[in-house]
Ligand binder design. Sequence first.
Ligand code: 9MG
Length: 399
Amino acid sequence: MRFRVRKLELTSREDALRELDLTLADEACVGRMRDKARFAALKVEGLKPAAGNILKQEALSLGCDAAVARGVINCSVETTDAVIMGTMKQLRAITRKLRPQPFGLKVLGEEIAELLKEDVNDRVPLPGGKFLDLSSPAVMGIVNVTPDSFSDGGDNYSADTAVESALRMVEEGADVLDIGGESTRPGSEAVSAREELSRILPVIEGIATKTEVPISVDTTKAEVAREAIKAGAAIINDISGLNFEPDLAKVAADTGAPLILMHMRGKPRTMQSDTTYRDLVGEIYRLLADAVKLALDAGVERERIIIDPGIGFGKSAEGNLALVKRISEFNSMGLPVLVGASRKSFIGSTLGIEDPKDRLEGGLAVAALAVNAGAKIIRTHDVMATRRAVDLAWAVAKA
Ligand code: 9MG
């Protein structure tokens, strides 16, 4: 007699309910057990040793655990990070246990409670009362109006060709069009706001009169963003995550344009000179959280913020692969996540493909993995193929 024991993959409440129901367990018990069937490990940073001690004790008292620095026991460290491990039920119980505790643990409890809600805003308000619907993943088509784009070699450098190619992307299923007038490829030099505007304004104006699909402006400059929005753009895509011109947040706050905050180390000219990280995801997460705070402080509403780990920006090929593998961790911020891997060099180096235009399948693989990991926007040069890959991955994720 064999019992055919196997591991279950219960990644959502619905998954847990389904499997528990299949056992024909009592309905009331299923309700109680649902949160025992899923497990999570939560990373916490910067606790005082006393807080680390209490957290560990509370976790143990609930039958779960928290890893903290060895020096917590005799307060020989200044701060400690922690990994709390338990079922969803135990983690919820921890939030209640932390409520009356000192040393910042009450706030930690509130943060954990917020995280466990697993809530992500999927209706991003746009200027003019419209919304970007992210209830299913959106595809963002890339329109580079630059002479030196790494990925298309300047195919859309004339305004007419750029508009034409944007409209083709709409036909192919793009939900957003991202227009950029400054190359962001590794090693590229910045251009002036004037030059950037002269490239993108005719394209934005040309597209805005012909389609309702929202236009995002890929810029790090406040002046460029402001003019682009006047010309018809509705979203700001800032690859510097407010690092170059923090005033960009003010433009977003004043106009109501959603703000995409991407992580990049350094500047495009220098970003590949140091790609080592002690804690890749932790560092990116921290910088994105700081950028989100800057945006909120400048008056941008939380529901208008989108985050992006910045694949290819100051990361090694291995770092990019690890980042793709761990995209779901960014969902913890409770904000929609954008992923852009299309034609990037780590795909080329992993698959041995020199010409960026031949890297389609690699981009599609990342798009599918990203959607499965909960990403809400996929940025791509290849809209039709990506639309299909995203839709299929989404159908699987919902199945
Ligand atoms: C402009 N640009 C190039 N790559 C990008 C990416 O991965 N994300 C975002 N938001 N913008 C990008």
